[in-house]
Each structure stands twice: as C-alpha cells, then as structure tokens.
Design a protein around this ligand. Sequence first.
Ligand code: ARG
Length: 259
Amino acid sequence: MASMALTTGTAQAIVGGNPASTKDFPWLLSFEQLIQRSDDTVASWAHECGATLVGPNKALTAAHCVPGLIPDRARVVQGRDKTSSRDGKTVKVDSIWSHPEFDGIPANGNDVAVLTLRESLPGPYLTIASADDADLYTSGQQATIAGWGAVRSNGRLSGQLRAAQVSVYSEEACAEDYPTDEPRNGQFCAGFPEGGVDTCQGDSGGPFIVDGKVAGVVSWGNGCADHGSAGVYANVATYAPLLRHQIGDVPAEETVRAG
Ligand code: ARG
C-alpha cells in the first residue's frame, strides 16, 4: 500500500498522507465520545470521528458517528494534533441533529449530522458548499482530506493528525468501483484508481475540502485506499439547505475558505 502511495505522485490521513498540524486546519475538530470498552471498568473519552467547525457553536460530522449517542457523552476538541496530548480546547456537545432519513447504513446516503456545542469556539469557521457549487464535484477536482484515522485498512488510529490530497471521481468511475451500492444519491467518490491515498476508519465525519470549502463529509469505502475501491463522501451541496437551517447564519467576516 505504501509503495502505491508513492506512485500517485501526491502528498503521501489517513492512508498515504503526511503528518499535519491543526494550526493549518484550525476548524478541524476531534469528535470524542465517552466509551466504555468491555475490558475497562470506567468509561473514557476517545476519538471516534472527525468534525468541522462551521459556526461558533456548530460542527458538521457524519450521521453514522452519532446513532444512539447521548449529547452528554459527546465532546469536541479544537487544536490537538496528537490525541494523546492534552493540548487544545474541549467543549461538550449540547444537542445532536442527524439527517432524519439516515437509516444507519452510510451507503444509503444522508450521512450528515450537526452538533450544537455548549460553548462557542473561536473561528475561523469553514464555509460549507452550497447548492450552486456543482463545480466542486467535477471529475479531477483536487481535494484535501485530513483526520486522526487509521493509516491502513484495519489499522489502529493514527494518534497524530494527518492530511493528504485526493481527486474527485466522475459518477461513472464511482459506479465502476461500487456497481451494487451505487453511491450516487447525495454521495460522490474520490481517491485514485490505483489506491494508496484515502480516508479510513476514524476519519469519518471529517471534511473533504475543495477550493477552500467543505464539499464532502467522510462517509464510507470498501477497505481503505485499496485499488478499485474509492472513498465515498456525503455531498454537502446536496444537503446544503438542510444543513444551513441547522447551522444558522454565520457572519461572513468570520468564515474562511481554506487556503
Ligand atoms: N466509516 C469510516 C469511519 O467511520 C470512514 C471510512 C472511509 N473509508 C474509506 N475507504 N474512505 O471512520
């Protein structure tokens, strides 16, 4: 897999990425949940997913990151590159909105959720793609992916933020990789046909950034970075009216487009 990443000629999240700093991704949040593992006596906070700060107290994530989750057992961390450190600022979640038509299966679409935080976090807040951003999804668009997820299929979480670049697929190329799941409704594919660079477990809910906007939310894939299995992302533009309603208006001077 690692050698494949080299053949793509891109920055080698994430699979095939490079270590990154939240200083360069100030709106990227680690979404932690209070988890009781079977061998633990007490529950502890653990990184589960990524999320994007899109308003002072609003974070965009994936619906499959929140089923059955009680807000009390959820929090986000801003500005922590290494999950083992205590850097950055932690804010608890006040309420959780999940797309009402999400059926528990990411491949069926609607894999978007918005967290409302108990306190406001400092900006910048990343701008979400809107209905007139169709150009962000044209085949070959370059995108940035970032997260604390696994660096290979079935691997452990990275523990260190990583980022990489991938390309948007055409609908046809996406359907070739997933002929039965047809990830077309409210979803799109991205990666490289030869594999090597992709999001992976633990990156879910994080942003897929094109032209400085959140164009996608990390949703699913067959394995990670495998040849012929692109990463699949929720299409933010498709859900923009619903998301905007949940996020509310963010003063334009406080929003940014990532550089
Ligand atoms: N479902 C995964 C998560 O919960 C994300 C998987 C993305 N997979 C991929 N091959 N791009 O973290």
